[in-house]
Design a protein around this ligand. Structure first.
Ligand code: ARG
Length: 467
């Protein structure tokens, strides 16, 4: 079945909504959003392989009081009119500066709140400045998405729900869920041992949680999903427990189709990329670094490789993706450059390298692959049968990965396959005098390359022909 091998139909006629990546506007794309992006994208591909209609949503952080702060900062320190000439880094500096200011200046805090009121009321000047921030940031995000080879079916950030929140609040009111507390509006969740969900502040400003209730309603109305996955880090566990409980209290029978796909923290072990408090690591710097280090390895080991730049990119970025996906997502992970780029370790480069190596065996064989009518009964040795069995498990692995929302099942499957394939390859000559045996072994090698390439594709990685 070639490129189709592993795909199934269990998702046919069903829709899955995957809320992932969701970086915050006016901030650079930080490393903390990498995990959501990579895990979400893999889940998107895995579900698609099973026939699901997949709606990958980028729930951008593009609404909230932080924009009012930014606008205030610009009115104080910005140079002339805010235009798209501003960079994300400048915006970040302004943001940090206004935060410090607000901390010990209540007037500034009031002014910021005032700007947010204007923004929520649709004041043209506030809206214009907000739009500039969004455009400038999104352009930067797109560059990152392109490098990672990632797309979305829907980019509907928090601001998309502005006009939907009033009705959401009315529905909550009708269900008798809303209470006043010190001027703010809350949903009391003490019965379930949770702090209240804050849905409107005393100054009428809406909140992240309110937007999430509206977003869930909107997505149900629009997509009628079989399941909705929120790929968000473990720090927001409480938020999602509150959200799902509130949806249940609103009597939405689909509330239990929502799932928080938790993941742990990511940090770097050594070699730069560590961060001082309050400083973000820029994802683009991490990607550049991975590609640079890979280029050095190629220069060292295989300087005559054609398409060196492309391979350095595919392998460098693949290493980052794989390192993010190869352990259970709930675990914290530590990035160690030496480890994740090790071509012999349990890494992305190792899987890609194994694939490239067998592709080269097939090229050297020189005849069309797969060879016609191989005699499969000749695959008898234990290490060979082990490979065959592993290949046969691929479709089940995709199903389990989708059911558990766990791309790591594919990653560890690929490592097992590589190890077993190499055991087979080291024990037997693929091309020999015996023509029948050669043909069936070539068929096996071919099958290995197909599964490796398909599996890498599910994780969002490329499978270079040569490395
Ligand atoms: N932008 C948010 C953050 O960076 C994550 C959004 C997650 N998705 C959601 N529907 N709440 O923390």
């Amino acid at each position: 079945r070639g490129a189709d091998y592993g795909t199934g139909e269990t998702g046919t006629g069903k829709t899955v909504v995957i809320d992932f990546s969701h970086p915050n506007i006016a901030r650079p794309f930080g490393i903390h959003h990498l995990r959501s992006t990579v895990i979400g994208n893999a889940l998107r591909k895995i579900h698609r392989a099973l026939g699901y209609q997949v709606v990958g949503v980028n729930h951008l952080g593009d609404w909230g009081s932080q924009f009012a702060k930014l606008i205030l900062a610009w009115t104080r320190w910005g140079d002339g009119e805010l235009t798209e000439a501003v960079t994300v880094h400048e915006l970040l500096d302004l943001y940090v500066r206004i935060h410090e200011e607000i901390e010990d200046n209540h007037d500034a805090e009031r002014e910021a709140a005032d700007w947010f009121r204007r923004l929520e009321a649709g004041d043209p000047e506030a809206r214009r400045m907000w739009e500039v921030c969004c455009k400038v940031s999104y352009k930067e995000f797109e560059r990152v998405y392109e490098r990672l080879g990632i797309g979305f079916e829907s980019v509907a950030g928090e601001s998309f729900y502005q006009d939907k929140m009033p009705d959401t609040l009315i529905r909550m009111e009708e269900k008798g869920l809303l209470q006043k507390s010190e001027g703010a509006t809350i949903v009391d969740l003490s019965e379930w041992d949770m702090i209240p969900m804050l849905v409107r502040r005393s100054d009428e400003a809406t909140l992240y949680a309110t937007r999430d209730v509206s977003a869930a309603e909107y997505r149900w109305e629009t997509y009628r999903f079989e399941k909705m996955l929120y790929v968000v880090d473990v720090a927001q566990t409480l938020h999602f427990r509150q959200l799902f409980k509130v949806l249940e209290l609103m009597d939405y029978e689909w509330a239990d189709r929502c799932e928080h796909v938790v993941f742990g923290r990511l940090r770097f072990k050594k070699g730069g990329m560590s961060t001082r408090r309050g400083k973000v690591i820029f994802l683009e710097d991490v990607l550049d670094r991975a590609v640079d280090l890979t280029r050095q390895i190629i220069d060292d080991k295989n300087p005559d490789l054609p398409n060196k730049e492309d391979v350095a990119r595919d392998v460098g970025i693949g290493a980052i993706i794989f390192a993010d996906l190869d352990s259970r997502r709930a675990r914290d992970i530590v990035f160690d450059w030496d480890e994740i780029l090790n071509f012999n370790g349990e890494t992305g480069p190792y899987v890609q390298y194994t694939h490239a190596r067998y592709r080269s065996v097939l090229r050297k064989y020189g005849k069309p692959v797969p060879p016609p009518d191989p005699d499969l009964s000749l695959l008898t040795e234990p290490e060979t049968v082990a490979v065959v069995k592993r290949l046969a498990q691929f479709p089940e692995q995709i199903q389990s990965a989708a059911d558990a929302g766990e791309p790591s099942l594919i990653a560890s499957y690929l490592i097992d396959l590589c190890n077993e394939a190499n055991r087979f390859y080291n024990a037997h000559r693929v091309v020999s005098e015996d023509e029948d045996l050669t043909r069936v072994r070539i068929a096996l090698v071919y099958a290995i390359t197909v599964v490796l390439a398909n599996g890498l594709g599910l994780l969002g990685m490329k499978a270079p022909e040569e490395m």
